[in-house]
Design a protein around this ligand. Structure first.
Ligand SMILES: [Zn+2]
Length: 329
């Protein structure tokens, strides 16, 4: 486990900006890891320290721990957002400090006495050594920074440092967004949840019924995934985005299939196992050749099988790593 590492060296000497973007995207959006918000906390601390580095692109653990502690103090103590990390080490340490110094929740980190800030930072730094530096190092495939628990130095990859400075504003927004998204999932804050959900799905079509009609007309009424017959009255017909909507953000006939409600609901926002990609390519091959689908001619005219294969691979690269398999076939 990479988070147990005490030293991490930079794995790649040469990195392209494209590569840094790719890794960033995976780190921000990886859905399979139910990790705490630590990685966002460390990314925020890194962003705060982009201009605190020495000429070798190094910052001390103390500097990063100070930023990190401030972020968590304000989240956990001041805003009382426990982020599903109840009993997690950082939260435990901060609650201990709050209680031992009898600090009211109204106190933001900036207002704390310097000795208390120092005490909190020291304890959080110890947690970062076991749970944070190594974990993000692993998530970034050892390409973003090097670290050493003994010297307590953190060294940015120069390309990453330049990248983060160059896209700083955009990265702040991205990190904040994903951190908020994770926090809201872990806490009972329906009002924020409500807003973020709204913004995220603002472009989503409210009904896929028109597509269902077209698909029902031209294809066998069987669930694309489990093969159950859909015209039986007990089974509800759903339309599923083969490549999840949250990734494609659009409704193209060549990405839609008829499914039973059970498969659609359990697949949800996941990617189906790769064997279905082949079936999808075949299905679309037949669809393109159907002369009756005149109404949808345009989107089918620009379709080719590379498109859906690329989309499938891009989805995985973008963090859709949790592959769905129907419960029976
Ligand atoms: Zn099914």
């Amino acid at each position: 486990m990479s988070h147990k590492l005490r030293v991490g060296e930079l794995k790649a000497l040469y990195l392209t900006e494209e590569e840094v973007w790719r890794i960033f995207t995976i780190v921000l959006t990886t859905k399979s890891k139910k990790s705490a918000t630590y990685k966002f906390g460390l990314l925020k601390a890194m962003i705060e320290n982009l201009y605190q580095v020495n000429e070798d692109a190094e910052v001390t653990y103390d500097q990063l721990a100070y930023s990190f502690t401030k972020i968590y103090w304000n989240l956990v103590i001041h805003h009382e957002l426990e982020q599903g990390t109840r009993g997690s080490a950082v939260v435990t340490k901060l609650i201990e400090i709050k209680q031992s110094y009898n600090i009211p929740k109204e106190m933001t980190f900036d207002k704390l006495d310097a000795t208390i800030q120092l005490a909190a930072t020291k304890r959080v730094k110890a947690v970062m050594k076991t749970n944070v530096f190594g974990a993000l190092y692993g998530d970034t495939q050892g390409s973003f920074y090097a670290f050493d628990h003994k010297t307590e130095q953190f060294k940015f990859h120069k390309v990453v440092l330049t990248f983060m400075r160059k896209y700083q504003r955009l990265l702040i927004d991205l990190v904040n967004y994903h951190m908020a998204k994770m926090i809201e999932q872990l806490n009972d804050v329906p009002h924020i949840n409500y807003l973020l959900d709204k913004v995220e799905s603002i472009a989503k079509r409210s009904t896929l019924k028109p597509f269902e009609k077209v698909l029902v007309q031209y294809f066998e009424q069987k669930c694309f995934y489990c093969g159950r017959e859909l015209h039986k009255s007990t089974i509800q017909t759903h339309v599923d985005h083969f490549i999840p909507w949250s990734f494609v953000q659009s409704d193209q006939l060549w990405n839609l299939v008829l499914t039973c409600s059970k498969c659609n609901i359990s697949k949800n926002d996941k990617l189906a196992v790769r064997s279905f990609l082949d079936e999808m390519v075949n299905r679309n091959e037949r669809m393109v050749n159907l002369s009756g689908l005149i109404a949808n001619k345009n989107e089918l005219a620009t379709y080719n099988k590379e498109k859906i294969i690329h989309l499938y691979d891009y989805s995985i690269q973008n963090g859709y790593e949790n592959i769905w398999v129907p419960s029976y076939r």
